[in-house]
Design a protein around this ligand. Structure first.
Ligand code: HEC
Ligand code: HEC
Ligand code: HEC
Length: 131
């Protein structure tokens, strides 16, 4: 077998191993994300990819320091659009494997503590936990 062939095979094996390690991929090197509810996000998709962390932190400061509620970049609203329903019809936590927030964060090796307080599934009107 010539060298070029070996190199090609080596590349394919490596690429397959990398893809397998990251679970489902979109095909362009980013993780596949579950479909959101609704047709548009609170900002442009590109803006959200880059800046959602800053938008969320800003919104949090507005709420905690100035008591502003119902803001555009609410964490509870992210969850209501971005959580999917499981086969049993119950919402799957956005932090579960393969779910919206988690797939990207595990891909990028980001860990967030927000969900130790905030709900990971859309608000249930019967519950009064912080959303
Ligand atoms: C120790 C518990 C705790 C942690 C951890 C926490 N929060 Fe909060 N957060 C709260 C509480 C309490 C409120 C106020 C809820 C209210 O009064 O409406 C709040 C409010 C918010 C709000 C405004 C309400 C809304 O849904 O828009 C945002 C945004 C927010 N937090 C984002 C975050 C983000 C992002 C993180 C992680 C980086 C985070 N929080 C981590 C407890 C927490
Ligand atoms: C009204 C429903 C809705 C709300 C609320 C919402 N989103 Fe979205 N989000 C969407 C839709 C629809 C898309 C577009 C997906 C696409 O372009 O294929 C999207 C896209 C995104 C993307 C880009 C995903 C990608 O394809 O790379 C990120 C990141 C994101 N949202 C985060 C958030 C965060 C964080 C919040 C809360 C501050 C939020 N979203 C609130 C519906 C919503
Ligand atoms: C398109 C990929 C993608 C999606 C989807 C995504 N994130 Fe992120 N998120 C990132 C990346 C990448 C970072 C790290 C950015 C950095 O370090 O500058 C990050 C960082 C964050 C941070 C800041 C963490 C810190 O310690 O500063 C918060 C908060 C956050 N994301 C919340 C969310 C929430 C909530 C969702 C689901 C509604 C979500 N993200 C979905 C890619 C994503």
């Amino acid at each position: 077998m010539n060298r070029l062939r070996l190199a090609v095979i080596g590349f394919v094996v490596l690429a397959t191993a990398i893809l397998a390690g990251h679970g489902a991929m979109a095909g362009d090197g980013r993780p596949a994300l579950p479909q959101a509810k609704g047709s548009v996000c609170v900002e442009d998709t590109q803006v959200m990819r880059r800046n959602h962390m800053d938008l969320l932190k800003h919104q949090r400061n507005d709420t905690l320091r100035q008591g502003v509620r119902g803001g555009k970049h609410s964490l509870a609203e992210c969850v209501s659009c971005h959580a999917t329903d499981g086969a049993d019809g119950k919402p799957v936590p956005v932090t579960a494997e393969g779910q919206f927030c988690q797939s990207c964060h595990s891909f990028a090796a980001v860990s967030i503590d927000c969900f130790s307080c905030h709900a990971t599934v859309p608000a249930d009107p019967a519950r009064t936990a912080i959303r």
